[in-house]
Each structure stands twice: as C-alpha cells, then as structure tokens.
Design a protein around this ligand. Structure first.
Ligand code: PLP
Length: 486
C-alpha cells in the first residue's frame, strides 16, 4: 500500500485521539476547522535557540508571520523570546497588536508607502528589497521628521569564486555584485537611514546555495566596514523546512512508483495520470518532481545547525565560526519550521461513492482550505472516526486507494490529485484530519470563492488537569494556557 504516513508529535496525536472533541468542534464551528496548538510554539523557538548555542552565536529568531494568519499563534510567539518578520502593513499592525514591541519586528516583503511609514514611525527594522524602497524610506523619514530608520539591505544573485554555485534568480534584493552602488546610496541617505545589517532569503532547500549566499553576505559586511559603516547583523531569512513524513522508505517508494506510473509500467496513482512534474516521452522519463521533499531527515533547527557547520565555499571554514570571529549577530526568519506540529485542519466526509474501480470521497472543504497541492506537500490525512464502524464493513483495504474531492463546483477541486490510502473505507460523517498544516497549508490560499465560507480557527490547549480547553483564535491570549511540558 502506498501510504505516506505523516509525522505526528504527542500533542497533535492526543488531539487526534479525542474524536469526540473534534466532532463537537466541527459540529459547532463548521467544516473545515483549523485547530491551532499554541502550546507547541515555545518548543520550536527553543530548538532554534539551541542551535545558536551550539555555535555560540547571538541574534534574533524572527517568526515569519506569512506562514499563518492566526492571532493565537502570533500572540503565543510574542510571549516567547522570538521576534516577528512581517511582510505587509496588515501583518505589521497585527504584530504590534499581538504584543511585539518594535525592537522585535523586522519588516520584509514588497513595501507600500503606508507600510514604510508605519515601520519608520514605530522604529521597526526595514529589510529593504530595492534601491527605490530605500530611497522612499529615507524621503518619508525626512518629510515626517522621524528618527533615523534602522535598515537592512537584502542581497541576491550571489556567486562564489571557488565552487561554481550561483544562487537562483530572485525578484527581490539588491544584486550582490553591485554593492558599491548600494553603499553609495546608503551614504547619500545616511542622515535618515542607518544600516544595521545585510540579509538574504533563498527559496530553496539547497544547502550549498545558502552557504554561498551566507559567505557573500559576510563579504558584503566586510565591505560595509571598510567604507566606515557599522552594521552588526546578518539575516539569513527562512527556508529551514519541515519533515512531514514518518517514514523515509514510504517516501522513496512512493516517488519511484510514481515514476513507474508515469511511464505506464503500473496503474495510475493520480487523478488523470497527473505526474507532479514528471512526464513520459517515447518511453523515457522527463521533467523533474515538482514536490516539496516531504521526508526531510534534516529540517528546522537541525538544518540551521548543519548550515552553520558547513564550510564557506571560498574561505573553507565553517560559516558559524566566521560569524563568531566577526561577532556578528545571526538573524533568522523561519516560518514553516517554527510552525512544525502547531496545527491541523479537520474536514467532514460528506459522501463516499464508487466510480468504476475508484472510490471517491467528497469532503466539506476545498483545495484552497488545505493547500497540499498548491504547496506540493504529499501526506496522508488521518481518519478520525465519529460513528461506530459496523462489524460487517470490509476492513479498509482497497489497494487502489481513494480520491479526495473538494466542495467547490470545479473539476479541478481535488484536495490532492493522488490516490490516498486510508486504513479503512471512510463513511459520511467521519472526520479526516490533515495534520501539520499550520505552516502555509492552513490559510495561505483560503478564499471564500463560491461563497463557501473559510474554515474557522480555534486554539486548543491542555489545562493543568489534562482536559482540553478551547478559544476562538481571535479570543485566545497566552494567559489562557501553559507552555507544553514534554
Ligand atoms: C523574506 C522571507 N523571510 C522568511 C520567509 C519564510 O520562509 P519559510 O517559511 O520557508 O521558513 C519567507 C518566505 O517566503 C520570506 O520571503
């Protein structure tokens, strides 16, 4: 059976074990229901801090807000030592309202004048993406007689002279190769903008590319100092990743069987023979797998640890040591990794029907509510039984699996285009839980297209006596729960 069993931590498992609680919540608040687990947040921040300690480095861990809109999770991060990376004026307002003081906020992303003004007015660090943004920031500071704004410059298009690794093209950032012009611009705006550091964020899991970028930023910091500037911090963005799957073997088997299915050597595993980036051309496999590497042996804080232990491609010394030598602060902006195991999405089964050899399961949620397909994450949902399964019901096992259909009037609305294998055939009224959705998979793409309501969010937490307590997301504050003890 081609299972892709999700990795589930004890806190999430204990929520799944309480089908009655989930059932009551879905009955009361509707399907889909997003369940967030603020008690898990502190452990994720602590794991990143441990990686810093191992390399004797200082600096701030900024939670990348964009990964989830939840107020409960944001407020819980505010109750830890973490800062927050905001990427819009809305997120900045949300962070200020959640209790983050400006010294704990980094403003990234494409910036409007309104966003720049609020950032400068409140004194958060502005991580500038382009010369135009930097100049606009300086002109707002001058026009409104604001205190000198603290800024970082985001660099991109790094290249190492030794190994030939070039970072991929990005629409963001000042080209690392034109640092002289960037420093001239900073010099011009020196009365209004103070450079506190340089940054990169690369949308890749490739360690070598990140090592090149990190070393490129170190070189840029050296050059800043040579020009009399005094930046003290290097921000390496996010992209530390999450390991979604429990079993490496299942992932390897699944991807190799998928290749065989695309080649026609075994029955199709996906709706319409979808190949997730693979295709067959005259009997040869072409393309590449356009999927998140769902099984990642090294992810999150461990990935940071590994990066810091990696030799700089040119200077041939571990990057962590080079940072320490210069006594630079290291800043990180993890989104997905800090939300590992912080939430799940539960949907009600509306209908189960046979369609030829296939079994179709219609859910009361859609592919934008649980955006596994959009983000290329393949993992099985967990069947949470609500109704007692009659004894005569055949025990699950239909090797062909089931297709999960969404609730939109669209042919394309499949929660996942692959067949999913469940431990038994579901029934109307059962719940399916998609675990570990808090990072991007829960609300990043949710809309109310066709007037189908977006899933509500509920924060649940264990009280001292082991019972569950819950609040609507907007009503939850950190005073309501104690950090997870594990
Ligand atoms: C500038 C910046 N920082 C941090 C992040 C968070 O990345 P991740 O959630 O992969 O850690 C992103 C994601 O797009 C980003 O653009």
């Amino acid at each position: 059976m081609l299972y892709l069993k999700p990795r589930i931590d004890p806190l999430t498992q204990s929520v799944l074990d309480d089908g009655a609680l989930l059932g009551r919540l879905v009955d009361g608040l509707g399907s889909p229901l997003n369940v967030v687990l603020p008690q898990r947040v502190g452990a994720n921040v602590a794991a990143f801090r441990d990686a810093y300690r191992r390399h004797r480095l200082n600096g701030r861990i900024y939670f990348a807000h964009k990964a989830n809109r939840s107020s409960a999770l944001l407020r819980q991060f505010a109750a830890t030592e973490a800062g927050v990376d905001v990427a819009s004026v809305g997120e900045l307002q949300h962070a200020l309202g959640a209790g983050f003081t400006p010294d704990r906020i980094m403003a990234t992303g494409p910036k409007t004048r309104e966003y720049l003004w609020l950032a400068a007015r409140t004194g958060v660090i502005v991580n500038a993406d382009s010369p135009a943004e930097l100049s606009e920031l300086a002109s707002l500071v001058a026009a409104f007689r604001l205190p000198r704004a603290r800024a970082m410059v985001r660099l991109s298009r790094f290249q190492s002279s030794g190994v030939r690794v070039q970072s991929r093209r990005s629409r963001f950032g000042f080209p690392a190769g034109s640092l002289t012009e960037t420093l001239d611009l900073l010099g011009k705006h020196g009365d209004h903008v103070e450079l506190v550091g340089v940054a990169y964020h690369l949308d890749t899991v490739e360690l070598r590319e990140k090592a090149v970028a990190l070393e490129g930023c170190l070189a840029a910091l050296d050059e800043c100092r040579a020009r009399g500037l005094r930046p003290w911090s290097l921000d390496i963005g996010g992209g530390f990743g999450v390991n979604y799957l429990a079993d490496a073997g299942e992932w390897e088997r699944y991807t190799s069987e998928l290749a065989q299915a695309v080649l026609g050597n075994r029955p199709p595993m996906t709706w319409g023979g979808h190949g997730y980036g693979l295709r067959a051309e005259s009997g040869t496999l072409r393309g590449s797998l356009a999927l998140y590497p769902a099984h990642r042996p090294v992810a999150g804080a461990d990935y940071l640890d590994k990066l810091l232990g990696t030799d700089a491609p040119d200077r041939r010394r571990p990057l962590g040591e080079l940072l320490l030598d210069h006594m630079y602060d290291l800043d990180v902006e993890p989104g997905r990794a800090l939300l590992d195991q912080c939430g799940l999405t539960v949907a009600r089964v509306l209908e189960v029907r046979d369609d030829g050899d296939d079994v179709l399961v219609r859910l009361d949620c859609n592919a934008r509510d649980v955006s596994l397909e959009e983000h290329g994450v393949l993992m099985d949902p967990v069947l949470v039984p609500r109704l007692r399964v009659p004894k005569e019901e055949p025990a699950a096992d239909r090797s062909e699996g089931v297709f999960l259909l969404g609730n939109l009037c669209l042919e394309s609305d499949l929660i996942t285009r692959r067949k999913v294998h469940l431990p038994r055939r579901p029934q109307a009224g059962d719940l399916l839980a998609f675990v570990n959705t808090a990072g991007y998979l829960m609300d990043f793409t949710a809309t109310d297209a066709l007037l189908a309501p977006q899933g509500r969010k509920v924060a649940i937490h264990r009280t001292g006596d082991g019972a569950w307590s819950w609040h609507l997301d907007e009503n939850y504050w950190p005073i309501h729960s104690q950090p997870e003890v594990s």
